[in-house]
Design a protein around this ligand. Structure first.
Ligand SMILES: *Cc1c(COP(=O)(O)O)cnc(C)c1O
Length: 419
C-alpha cells in the first residue's frame, strides 16, 4: 500500500488543533490547508505550521501553564495536535537547567546554565520532536515511517513509532556508535547501517518511499518535529522567568532546534509573553564538518556546497548538506547571532574535564558548546555579564567513554594506600 505524502492526500478533519490556521511554504509563503497530511511544499521547501496567536493567547495564560504537570505537554496549545488526538508520549519531563560553576570561574562569565536534554526518553532532545511528529502521523493514519539519521533521531523514532503501533525503518551511517545502533533495533525498528554518510541514507529513503509506502521523516521533510522541539524554547523561557538569556549555544546538525526555538520565541514575542530583545543564537559546529558556520562567515544566505571532507566524530553535528541551511542562516542573521566551529580534540577534552570537575556528564555535542563558549569569550562575542544558555543535547551515556582497566584479584592482599 502506498501512503501519499503529497498535497493530494485526503483531509482528516480535527487532526490539527483549532489554533492552527494553515501550513506555509518556507520559501514562497504559499498557504496549504490544515487537516491534511503534507510532507514538503510543491516548491520542495519545508512547511511551517502557523497558528492564530491571538486566539491562543486568549485560551491559555502563563499562570495556567505554570499550574500544569512539569512535562512538555503543558504547552499543548502551542503544539499542532487536535483536541481529540491522542499524544503518543513516553513521559517527557521538563529538563533541568544545570549550573557549571567551574566553567563560569574559568571563563569569567557569571551566568552559565546548561539545559540537560539527556533526561528525555531515548536520552536526547530528539524525543520531543518525535513525540509530536509520531502523534500527528498516527492521527493521519500513517502505518510506516522511514528516516535517515546520524543516530538519535532514529532511536527517538523507533521508540515512539513502536509506542504508536507504527512500523519504522531506520538508516544510519556505518560508524554510528554501537549503543545508538543497538538501541534503534532494540526499540523494534527495522534498522540498517549504510556504508556512507547521512546523505547516502537519505537517498535510500528517497528511493524506497513509493515502493514501501513510507512516510518520509527526513529532517524538515515533515512539519511537526519542529513543533515538538519548540517545547525546548518554551521551557527555557518559562525557566528563565519569561526573560530569555542573552546568548544561546546549540550544537547544530540539521539545524531544526535553532529553527524551532527561534520560531517559538517569535510566537511568544508576538503574544506579548516575552519582551525585550530575543537571544543571540549561536550555531556550534565542527572544524571537521561546519557547512553552516562556513556559510555564515562568508556572509552567505544559503549553504550551497556540501562539506567535502567530513572528519568529525561528533555525530550530532555531522550533517554535510543541511536541508534547512537557509532557515538556520536566517536565524543567525535575524538574531544577531553567529556560528562557531570547534575542534574534536578540544571537545573530547572538555567532556572529560567537565565530567571530572563538575560531576556533570555531557555528550560530545554538549561539550562542543562549552568549547565554543570559551572561544567566543576570548573573541569578545560573549561578555562577562552575558547570561548564557548551553544545550546538552543528549545523555553522556550514549557516547563511548575511555575503558576502565583497573583490576583487583580476590584472595590477594589489597595495597590500600595504592588505590
Ligand atoms: C540531532 C542532534 C544534534 C543536532 O540537532 P539539529 O536540530 O539537527 O541541529 C545535536 N546533538 C545531538 C546529540 C543530536 O542528536
Amino acid at each position: 500500500m502506498t501512503i501519499p505524502t503529497g498535497s493530494q492526500n485526503s483531509p482528516r478533519p480535527g487532526a490539527h488543533s483549532a489554533f492552527v490556521t494553515h501550513l506555509e511554504c518556507s520559501k514562497t509563503g504559499q498557504h496549504y490547508p490544515k487537516d491534511t497530511l503534507l510532507g514538503m511544499s510543491d516548491d520542495g521547501a519545508p512547511l511551517i505550521v502557523r497558528y492564530d496567536l491571538d486566539a491562543l493567547g486568549k485560551a491559555v495564560t502563563k499562570d495556567i501553564v505554570a499550574a500544569r504537570p512539569p512535562d512538555m505537554w503543558r504547552y499543548r496549545e502551542f503544539l499542532p495536535l487536535g483536541d481529540d488526538i491522542e499524544a503518543i508520549s513516553l513521559g517527557e519531563p521538563m529538563t533541568p537547567l544545570v549550573r557549571l560553576p567551574t566553567v563560569e570561574k574559568r571563563l569569567g562569565v557569571a551566568d552559565i546554565l546548561v539545559k540537560d536534554e539527556g533526561r528525555l526518553p531515548t536520552g536526547s532532545f530528539k524525543g520531543r520532536g518525535m513525540s509530536v511528529a509520531v502523534s500527528m502521523a498516527k492521527a493521519f493514519g500513517v502505518t510506516r515511517i522511514a528516516i535517515p539519521t546520524a543516530g538519535n533521531a532514529g532511536s527517538g523514532l523507533a521508540a515512539y513509532a513502536t509506542r504508536a503501533g507504527i512500523e519504522s525503518f531506520v538508516f544510519t551511517p556505518a560508524d554510528t556508535p554501537e549503543i545508538t545502533a543497538s538501541e534503534i533495533a532494540f526499540h523494534g525498528a527495522k534498522a540498517w547501517r549504510v556504508d556512507g554518510f547521512v546523505g547516502d541514507c537519505a537517498k535510500i529513503v528517497d528511493d524506497g518511499t513509493d515502493v514501501m509506502g513510507w512516510c518520509d521523516f527526513t529532517t524538515l521533510k515533515e512539519p511537526y518535529r519542529v513543533e515538538g522541539k519548540k517545547t525546548m524554547g518554551l521551557e527555557l523561557a518559562e525557566q528563565y522567568g519569561w526573560n530569555l538569556p542573552d546568548v544561546i549555544f546549540f550544537p547544530t546538525g540539521g539545524g531544526v532546534c535553532l529553527i524551532a526555538m527561534w520560531k517559538v520565541f517569535n510566537e511568544l514575542k508576538e503574544m506579548g509573553w516575552i519582551t525585550g530583545p530575543l537571544p543571540r543564537m549561536a550555531a556550534v559546529q565542527s572544524t571537521g564538518c561546519g557547512p553552516i558556520v562556513r556559510a555564515f562567515n562568508a556572509g552567505a544566505r544559503d549553504v550551497v556546497a556540501p562539506w567535502e571532507n567530513v572528519t568529525t566524530n561528533v555525530h550530532g553535528v555531522r550533517v554535510p548538506s543541511p536541508l534547512g541551511g537557509t532557515m538556520v542562516l536566517d536565524v543567525l542573521y535575524e538574531s544577531n547571532g553567529f556560528g562557531t566551529a570547534v575542534d574534536d580534540d578540544a571537545v573530547h577534552a572538555a567532556r572529560a574535564k567537565i565530567c571530572a570537575e563538575e560531576g556533570f556528564h555531557m555528550c560530545p555535542e554538549g561539550a562542543a558548546c562549552v568549547v565554543a563558549l570559551e572561544m567566543e569569550r576570548a573573541s569578545g562575542r560573549v561578555g562577562p555579564g552575558d547570561r548564557v544558555a548551553l544545550f546538552n543535547s543528549a545523555s553522556g551515556l550514549k557516547s563511548p567513554m575511555p575503558p576502565m582497566t583497573n583490576f583487583l584479584e580476590p584472595g590477594k592482599a589489597v595495597d590500600f594506600s595504592a588505590l
